[in-house]
Ligand binder design. Structure first.
Ligand SMILES: O=C(O)c1ccccc1N[C@@H]1O[C@H](COP(=O)(O)O)[C@@H](O)[C@H]1O
Length: 465
């Protein structure tokens, strides 16, 4: 069978690698590697809704060459922008034309976890995966004994790597569970004859306990396939060929996932008259003018100049941090602000008074450090809450995002802020379902608003429906 052939070739390849770098050396390198947060791969897959693992692969034994032209880094970046939860990278060189270099560069470029998709037959490959920056490795039940699966899983655990343990039938699932698998992937492709049937995942779903992540792999092509898997409590799908053959990954993922609720958009920190042309072109719902001390601060005269040429369809949000009330009222009236965003330590009483005095809607920014911060403001009189990243150094505009799972108990509409960019906005919108997104430093280059980035992020958001 093809699998045994690949495994045999892989053993020889690993032996060759050991001649160049010994097991001890690669082990030391892996253990010395700067450890990011451990097990990010499995943490990322434990979302409310189905997750997508998108695969970067040039060829396969069943399909031959899939991508003649193979800009692997661009493909990975497009997956991230489309909202992939993780990326799978083929590194097997002979049958899949993969390379370690692809994994290494991709893992260094994207901010989502990366799976090393290879035929693990030796612990050497697990240490190697860690040195290449992988967050997870593949262990195939058909190739490994329970003892090997257990040992390899333990080695990966010691390195903070997750193991996707692949099974094809009930016996292999039992084997995976005995080995302590926390993630089981059911391959819908029968490697004896390459036939594909996604019902294999559906049939085997009940064999895997609810606390073990269940991934359906191979042959997923349509929105109906995904809907069926979602209905059967499959937590993630691993899709290669369908995405590899699609020119527009954002649209393809949207087609498979289903349309998202498109949020209101605010582009914050407009501080140059020159930025207004692109704003008028892309028409976000709001712009933010920052009156607080910041590299994005606007003077009253600059604010007037921006307002003068701003499209009347776009509303203006004034952003203030612990500002004296008279100044807020003055700016609200003289600039005809639509919304006042309070981004400091303002109290509930301040919100009520400022609403009354200005006649504007008031948005309260809550800088999230823990779930208590959210709870405190749930019943605020503010017209909208805006959740941003907590920082001791700055009131806002940090460019960092926070743990969005903290928002799962929020019962009222809200805006999401903090480090949103074209890399994470699709994921944020699908995972968090915010009423609005507030985009700021994520559309800047060297501290200045970047027209191409503004255009790109607005285009991604609009392609999610
Ligand atoms: O951007 C600033 O400099 C700023 C200063 C003071 C208060 C708020 C500020 N910006 C707000 O910060 C969030 C998130 O920004 P980022 O995406 O992390 O850069 C956003 O609400 C801005 O309105």
């Amino acid at each position: 069978m093809i699998l045994e052939k690949i495994a045999a070739r892989t053993r020889s390849r690993v032996d060759e690698c050991k001649q160049k770098k010994s097991l001890e050396e690669v082990k030391k390198e892996a253990q010395a590697k700067d450890k990011h947060e451990a097990f990010l791969f499995e943490k990322a897959l434990r979302g409310k809704d189905i997750s997508f693992i998108c695969e970067v692969k040039k060829a396969s034994p069943s399909k031959g060459i899939i991508a003649e032209d193979f800009p692997y880094l661009d493909i990975a970046k497009d997956y991230e922008k489309a909202g992939a939860t993780a990326i799978s990278v083929l590194t097997e060189p002979e049958f899949f034309l993969g390379k370690d270099q692809y994994l290494h560069e991709i893992a260094a470029t994207v901010n989502i976890p990366v799976l090393r998709k290879d035929f693990t037959v030796d612990e050497y490959q697990i240490y190697e995966a860690a040195t290449l920056g992988a967050g997870a490795v593949l262990l195939i039940c058909a190739l490994l004994s329970v003892e090997q699966l257990t040992r390899f899983r333990q080695i990966a655990d010691g390195l903070g790597l997750s193991c996707l343990v692949e099974a094809h039938d009930k016996t292999e699932i039992e084997k995976a569970l005995t080995a302590g698998a926390r993630i089981i992937g059911v391959n819908n492709r029968d490697l004896r004859d390459f036939s594909v049937d996604i019902n294999n995942s559906i049939k085997l779903r009940r064999e895997v306990p609810a606390d073990v992540i269940f991934i359906s792999e191979s042959g997923i092509k349509t929105a109906e396939d995904v809907a069926q898997l979602r209905k059967n409590n499959v937590q993630a799908v691993l899709i290669g060929e369908t995405f590899m053959r699609s020119a527009d990954k954002v649209r393809e993922l949207t087609k498979l996932y289903g349309p998202a609720a498109i949020p209101r958009t605010k582009i914050c920190g407009i501080s140059r008259v020159d930025d207004v042309a692109i704003i008028n072109e892309v028409q976000p719902d709001y712009i933010g003018l920052i009156f607080a001390p910041s590299k994005r601060q606007v003077t009253p005269s600059k604010a007037h100049a921006i307002k003068e040429i701003l499209s009347p369809a776009i509303e203006t949000v004034g952003v203030f941090v612990n500002e004296v009330e008279a100044a807020i009222i003055n700016a609200a009236h003289s600039l005809a602000l639509d919304v006042i965003q309070l981004h400091g330590d303002e109290t509930e009483e301040d919100i009520i008074r400022i609403k009354k005095e200005t006649g504007c809607a008031v948005w309260k920014a809550v800088r999230v450090e823990n779930s208590g911060d959210i709870e405190k403001w749930q019943h605020s009189a503010a017209d909208m809450l805006l959740f941003d990243t907590f920082s001791r150094e700055a009131a806002g505009g940090t460019g960092d995002s926070f743990d969005w799972t903290l928002l799962k108990g929020v019962t009222r509409p809200f805006l999401l802020a903090g480090g949103l960019s074209s890399k994470n906005v699709a994921r944020a919108i699908r995972k968090v379902v915010p009423w609005g997104v507030d985009i700021n430093s994520g559309v800047e280059t060297s501290g200045v608003k970047d027209s191409a980035k503004i255009k790109e992020i607005m285009s991604i958001i609009r392609r999610l429906k």
